[in-house]
Design a protein around this ligand. Structure first.
Ligand code: 26Q
Length: 833
């Protein structure tokens, strides 16, 4: 790869002003032909849709390019404050449709393609999802970037360019099988390599302390093994406003001297192996959505992201302002997407002290005024910790800095609570023990001026529970920013018919002012509007039926209620509770209890972390129950169950537009927020859910009449600990007893004896943290209410319209405005024309 040092030279006429590219159908058609024939060198005989997709991608990209440069220039020239969203995950999905929508060129492209005999819908499907994330946290980052660009905020995303994204999921004999996702195989038109901006990241080695002439100590990190970080820029278009922001993704590469060392020793194969070591860092996304402790490659990935991104920002600062850092903190802000990039706290200290010569106090003042931390979990076991030993091995200088931060921090704690040794041990950045660990969340809190949760309940529980000690010390750092979703992808793009219907009724300003959806409220009871709503939703359902058939081979009749749970497979999300309900419905059918029945398709989709055995067993159970249910003639016309394989962003675009009932059934107090819940609501589904995460806020907006609420509250869940008796609950509940009996006698694993013993054991355990049996009864009752409501068409349609009408609060435009008003304090910058 040609990596050249950055040479500052005079701009040549090649980069002078260019005429704007046309947006009319004929301009697009001409450009398409040029790219197909010249850029790609294809001709008539080459009918592969892939080249047609690529040519179209290039046409769209060209139109992003000029706006992108203008945006960059506008930010540079205004010397504005900028924010950087540091995230190990950006779950972008497909880019083509989003870029066309945001540029406002979908119609002219459709027309241009039409006269070329091509269909946009088919080309869109060619693009692989950019699956650089696990789930909610990664998709949130992608929605945030869309809103930042739409609000014209100078925000840049920093992440990793994984060669392999989230694994593809197959189902074989009911079991999840993972397959690598080589998403870049057919090229990627949505990135621009910037080899001239390469940086160097250090690993290993040791520290060397010497005294300056003036007696100050100078620390050098020496004998390191360096790795190059090569940036790839991805354009992030705002909605029809000329702004194109940047997501910068780092790819790791070997340095030249790394090769040379080994090469000179005559070890050619070792030299190649060393290259591999370097390239490994950004090879693959870790597919766990809860921290997997102790994997050293993951720690190296995290440091690689933090170091490259901070160096990049400091380099730009020095280019434009020189080495005066006095107002650095007023002009820069780093938002840490969970603790994954939180080593940035120590890295910024290192860069400012060891490389820029600042004193501790000055460096700490800057660091602790630029970092802000978002937490995304309430599960104590998911809080990230890293063995001190790994830091000694890979990041010795960072460990020294963390120790120093800790010493000074504990000094502060001791001043506030003199002699409180328990508290010191509880709050220390280092967890002592057989294998001492660094507590990354505590590092993030100590180093940040803002700490936020992602829904009201979540933020409250953080300050009362997980981070209580820190809240007592620094209450002013703690705040809430309820999550959202971008209405561009999650309504305007994925559901064009509903969007058109809405725009005909209330105009199209809802796309950037989602609260305007409230104007639909008076129409919710209007019979004609209801009928139009029904027709659109019916067509979307048909699209979902085709999709499900294509992905799973199961056919679902359109008159069924589509009851959908799609999200990562996790015990706390309780796909198991959903499955118990399906078994109960099946049992009712078998005993002939089908009076006033609502035909229902239960659709479950999601990936399990490859090492999470119980989660994988739940997938197997879902598939086995589905096989029994679907192959029993008695269920005909009444019940179907499907496990939808390989759930991903592009699948959700179809799913949420065609679903009736959204399952949000986590044990209360466990789901930080949820964002799938918002996508379903925006598209007109009703929710069946617990008082957890953002469900509470959804319920608040739409009202109990249009939401099927059930289950223990977070407080009740907490009180149940220690005296939970699932056996008693089962015995007292005839329906649940029958369900458990079917499971226990192996009805769903006739030829696989004992297969589900662990799952059954988990439900019956007094230590079941997810209280599945406790919520069964109220869940079944809520499902009955949903089924009954569904049979009353006008009632259901009214609720559906009201769900959309009340979803305005869940736009990431609102979320990002709050981040900006309360944390970042950036001024919007318009790039002009
Ligand atoms: C950490 C260390 C090592 C390996 C993996 C990880 C890791 C990776 C991903 C830990 C957690 C995640 C992802 C967490 C996540 O997606 N959380 C979800 O975030 C959403 C956005 O805020 C919330 O809506 C969900 O409630 C929350 O579960």
């Amino acid at each position: 790869m040609p990596v050249q040092p950055l040479v500052k030279s005079k701009p040549s006429s090649a980069v002078a002003e260019l005429p704007s590219l046309g947006l009319e159908a004929e301009d697009i058609q001409a450009d398409y032909k040029r790219h197909f024939n010249y850029t790609l060198g294809r001709d008539r005989s080459c009918q592969s849709a892939h080249y047609a997709y690529t040519a179209l991608g290039l046409v769209v990209r060209d139109r992003l390019m000029e706006r992108w440069k203008n945006t960059r220039r506008a930010y540079e020239e205004s010397h504005c404050k900028q924010a950087y969203y540091l995230s190990m995950e950006f779950l972008l999905g497909r880019a083509l449709g989003n870029a066309m929508l945001n540029l406002g060129i979908t119609d002219s492209i459709t027309e241009a393609l039409h006269s070329l005999g091509l269909h946009l819908e088919e080309l869109v499907e060619i693009e692989s999802d950019a699956g650089l994330g696990n789930g909610g946290l990664g998709r949130l980052a992608a929605c945030f970037l869309d809103s930042c660009a739409t609000l014209q905020l100078p925000v840049m995303g920093y992440g990793l360019r994984y060669e392999y994204g989230m694994f593809r999921q197959h189902v074989e004999n009911g079991f999840q099988v993972e397959e690598p996702d080589h998403w870049l195989r057919n090229g990627n038109v949505w990135e621009l390599e910037r080899p001239e901006l390469v940086l160097r990241v250090r690993f290993g080695g040791r520290t060397d302390t010497t005294a300056h002439d003036d007696g100050r100590l100078k620390v050098r990190w020496v004998d390191t093994h360096d790795i190059l970080a090569v940036p790839y820029d991805v354009p992030i278009p705002g909605y029809r406003n000329g702004t194109i922001n940047t997501l910068r993704l780092w790819k790791s590469a070997a340095t030249d001297e790394f090769d040379l060392e080994e090469f000179n020793a005559g070890d050619y194969p070792e030299a190649v192996a060393a290259k591999n070591m370097a390239e490994q860092i950004t090879l693959v996304l870790y597919p766990n959505d809860a921290s997997e402790n102790g994997k050293e490659l993951r720690l190296r990935q995290q440091y690689f992201l933090a170091s490259a991104s901070l160096q990049d920002v400091l380099r730009r600062w020095i280019w434009t302002r020189g080495r005066d850092f006095s107002d650095f903190a007023d002009k820069n802000c780093f938002q840490l997407n969970d603790t994954h990039p939180s080593i940035a706290v120590a890295e910024l200290m290192r860069l400012l002290m060891d490389e820029q010569g600042l004193e501790w106090a000055e460096a700490w003042d800057i660091t602790s005024r630029t970092m802000a931390y978002t937490n995304h979990t309430l599960l104590p076991e998911a809080l990230e910790k890293w063995p001190v030993r790994l830091f000694e091995q890979w990041l010795p200088r960072l460990l020294e800095i963390i120790y120093e931060i800790n010493a000074r921090f504990l000094g502060e704690v001791d001043k506030r609570w003199p002699g409180d040794m328990d508290r010191l041990a509880r709050m220390s950045l280092i967890e002592e023990g057989h294998e001492p660990q660094v507590r990354m969340a505590y590092l993030a809190i100590v180093g940040s001026y803002s700490v936020n949760g992602v829904a009201e309940l979540h933020s409250k529980l953080l300050s009362e529970g997980l981070f209580r000690d820190f809240y007592e010390l620094w209450p002013y750092k703690f705040n809430n920013k309820t999550n959202g979703i971008t209405p561009r992808r999650w309504l305007a793009w994925n559901n064009p018919d509903l969007s058109d219907l809405i725009s005909e009724a209330i105009g199209d300003r809802w796309v950037t002012e989602l609260n305007r959806l409230h104007e639909l409220t008076p129409l919710a009871s209007d019979a004609r509007f209801q009928q139009c709503w029904d027709e659109v939703r019916h067509a979307n359902k048909q699209r979902l039926i085709d999709f499900i058939f294509q992905e799973s081979g199961v056919e679902i009749p359109a008159n069924f209620m589509f009851d959908v749970q799609v999200k990562r497979i996790h015990e706390y999300k309780r796909q198991l509770l959903n499955t118990l309900h399906v078994i109960h419905l099946y049992d009712r059918i078998k005993r002939g209890d089908i009076e006033n029945w609502t035909p229902r398709a239960v659709i479950i989709g999601g990936k399990a972390a490859p090492g999470y055995l119980i989660a994988k067993k739940i997938i197997k159970l879902i598939n086995n129950v589905a096989r029994v249910v679907n192959s029993d003639p008695d269920t005909e016309g009444l019940l179907k169950m499907v496990f939808l394989p390989n759930y991903r962003v592009s699948a959700m675009e179809v799913i949420c537009a065609g679903s009736d009932l959204s399952e949000q059934i986590s044990t209360a107090g466990k789901e930080a927020s949820g964002t799938g819940n918002m996508k379903f609501m925006l598209n007109g589904a009703l929710t069946i859910g617990t008082l957890d995460g953002a469900n509470i806020e959804i319920l608040e907006e739409v009202g109990e009449e249009h939401f099927f609420l059930f289950g223990l509250t977070a407080e009740e869940v907490a009180q149940t600990r220690g005296h939970y008796d699932p056996q008693a609950i089962i015995s007292a509940d005839e329906d649940l007893s029958r369900v458990m009996r079917l499971l226990e006698k192996g009805h769903f694993n006739r030829f696989e004896p004992g297969l589900f013993d662990d799952v059954i054991g988990a439900i019956k355990s007094p230590h079941d943290p997810w209280l599945t049996a406790a919520d069964f009864r109220s869940y079944v009752e809520a499902q009955k209410r949903a089924a009954e409501a569904y049979r009353d068409r006008p009632r259901w349609l009214r609720s559906s319209i009201l769900n959309t009408a009340c979803s305005g609060r869940f736009s990431t435009d609102r979320t990002i405005s709050q981040y900006n008003d309360e944390i970042w304090r950036l001024t919007p910058i318009s790039p002009g024309s």
